[in-house]
Design a protein around this ligand. Structure first.
Ligand SMILES: *Cc1c(COP(=O)(O)O)cnc(C)c1O
Length: 400
C-alpha cells in the first residue's frame, strides 16, 4: 500500500513473520495493523468501479469477497504455513465445511478418520450424504483401513492429528500418499498441533484448515477459521464458494487474530512446556490409570510424533480411576483450572468429553474411540505450572 512495509531480501523466520508478515499500512503509517471495519469501498469514478468489477484493478469491492484487515491475516497465515493462498472464515467449522464443499460434488466419496471433532464428523457422516456424497469412516492410525477405503471416485480424505480428545497421532505423509494414489485431496485439521509444531502441507497434505478460535486467538475472545492451500484451488473452487455463500471472517475478528499471531510462538511454547511438566506429574499418580501426551515416549504413536511434529502439545488427556463419578468429583474439586469445552486458551480448561463434547456420539461410538467415562481432556494455559500442579494434586487428594 505505502512505503512503510517491512522490506528485506532475507527470508524471515516464523516468529518474525508472525509479527510483521502481511502488514500493509495506510497513508498514516500506523504501527499496529489497521482495522478496516467497513462493508464496502467507494470508487473515484464509474470507470474505476468498472475496472474493479472486471478485475483490471485488483482493489477491494465488498467485504464478503475480501477486506484489507482480513487479507493481512490471510497473508500472515500463508507465510507461516508456507501455503500459496488462504481464505479466512467466520469460524473453524466454516473453514472445514468450506474445504470439504469446495472438494466434492454429488457422486463423490470422502474418507475420514473416525476420531474427529464432533461437528466435523456431522458434516462427513450426516451432511455430505444428504447431497449425494458418500462417506467412509476409518481408524485413522491404521493405514490399511485408509488403503482399503479409497475408491476411484474418492475426492477427499480428511483427518485431524493429534485427534480430539484422545490425542491419537496419524501419519500425515502416509495418508497423503494414499490420497494421491486415487487423485484425491488430503485435508488436515491442524488445530491440536498448532502451526508451530506441524506443517501438513510440507508433509504432503493438500489443504490445511484451522479453527483460529483456539491457539491463534489464544485468549478466548473471538471465533475464526482459515483454509490454506495452492493458489489454483483457492481461486477456482474456494473463492466462488466464499463469495456466494458468505462464510467470510469479520474484519474485527481478523484484527484480534492478527494480534494473537504476534504472540503465538510465546504462548504455545510456554503452554507446551507446562503441559509436559503436568503430563510427567500425572504419569506418577496411582489414581491416573491412563495418560496420553504426544510429547512422551509412552505415547502410542511416539514414532509418528517424532517424524512429523516439532513439539509436544498444549493438550493432554488422562483417565481417572473410578469412572464418571471420580471424574466429576475431580473436576468439581479444581479451583484454578476451569471447566469448559473450549481449548487453546490462556486459561487452563478441563472437559469431560463423554458427557459434553462427545455426548451425542452415543456409548458405542465412544467405546470405539476409547472415550471412557473416566477420560478427561485438559488444555493447558499460561498460568504458573506449579499452581496448576498444586490444583490437580489437591483435587486428586480430595477424591481419594
Ligand atoms: C474447535 C475445533 C473446530 C471448530 O472450530 P470453531 O472455531 O469452534 O468453529 C474444528 N476442529 C477442531 C479440531 C477443533 O478443535
Amino acid at each position: 500500500m505505502t512505503d512503510h512495509e517491512t522490506k528485506t531480501s532475507r527470508s524471515l523466520r516464523p516468529a518474525t513473520q508472525l509479527v510483521h508478515g502481511g502488514t500493509t499500512r495506510s497513508q498514516h503509517g500506523e504501527t499496529s495493523e489497521a482495522l478496516f471495519l467497513t462493508q464496502g469501498f467507494v470508487y473515484g469514478s464509474a470507470e474505476a468501479a468498472e475496472a474493479r468489477f472486471n478485475g483490471e484493478d485488483p482493489g477491494f469491492v465488498y467485504s464478503r469477497y475480501a477486506n484489507p484487515t482480513v487479507a493481512m491475516f490471510e497473508d500472515r497465515m500463508k507465510m507461516l504455513e508456507g501455503a500459496e493462498a488462504a481464505r479466512a472464515t467466520a469460524s473453524g467449522m466454516a473453514a472445514v465445511n468450506l474445504a470439504l464443499m469446495a472438494s466434492v460434488k454429488a457422486g463423490d466419496h470422502v474418507v475420514a478418520a473416525k476420531a474427529l471433532f464432533g461437528s466435523c464428523r456431522y458434516i462427513v457422516e450426516t451432511l455430505l450424504p444428504r447431497f449425494g456424497v458418500e462417506s467412509t469412516l476409518v481408524d485413522g492410525t491404521d493405514l490399511d483401513q485408509w488403503k482399503a477405503a479409497v475408491k476411484p471416485n474418492t475426492a477427499a480424505l480428511f483427518l485431524e492429528s493429534p485427534t480430539n480428545p484422545t490425542l491419537e497421532v496419524i501419519d500425515i505423509a502416509a495418508v497423503a500418499e494414499i490420497a494421491h494414489s486415487v487423485d484425491a485431496r488430503l485435508i488436515v485439521d491442524n488445530v491440536f498441533a498448532t502451526p508451530m509444531f506441524q506443517s501438513p502441507l510440507k508433509l504432503g497434505a493438500d489443504v490445511v484448515v484451522y479453527s483460529a478460535t483456539k491457539h491463534i486467538d489464544g485468549q478466548g475472545r473471538c471465533l475464526g477459521g482459515v483454509v490454506l492451500s495452492d493458489e489454483e484451488w483457492i481461486v477456482d473452487e474456494v473463492m466462488p464458494f466464499v463469495k456466494h455463500t458468505g462464510p467470510h471472517m469479520s474484519p474485527f475478528n481478523a484484527w484480534v487474530l492478527l494480534k494473537g499471531l504476534e504472540t503465538l510462538p510465546l504462548r504455545v511454547g510456554r503452554q507446551t512446556s507446562s503441559a509436559s511438566k503436568i503430563a510427567d506429574f500425572l504419569a506418577q499418580q496411582s489414581s491416573v490409570s491412563r495418560l496420553i501426551y504426544p510429547g512422551r515416549d509412552d505415547h502410542p504413536q511416539a514414532d509418528v510424533v517424532k517424524k512429523q511434529m516439532t513439539g509436544g502439545s498444549t493438550m493432554l488427556a488422562f483417565e481417572i480411576e473410578g469412572g464418571k463419578d471420580a471424574a466429576f468429583r475431580f473436576t468439581n474439586a479444581l479451583e484454578v483450572i476451569k471447566l469448559s469445552n473450549n481449548l487453546g486458551d490462556a486459561k487452563s480448561l478441563i472437559t469431560h468429553p463423554a458427557t459434553t463434547t462427545h455426548q451425542s456420539l452415543g456409548e458405542e461410538a465412544r467405546a470405539e474411540l476409547d472415550i471412557s467415562d473416566g477420560l478427561l481432556r485438559l488444555s493447558i494455559g499460561l498460568e504458573d505450572p506449579l499452581d496448576l500442579i498444586e490444583d490437580i494434586e489437591a483435587a486428586l487428594q480430595a477424591i481419594s
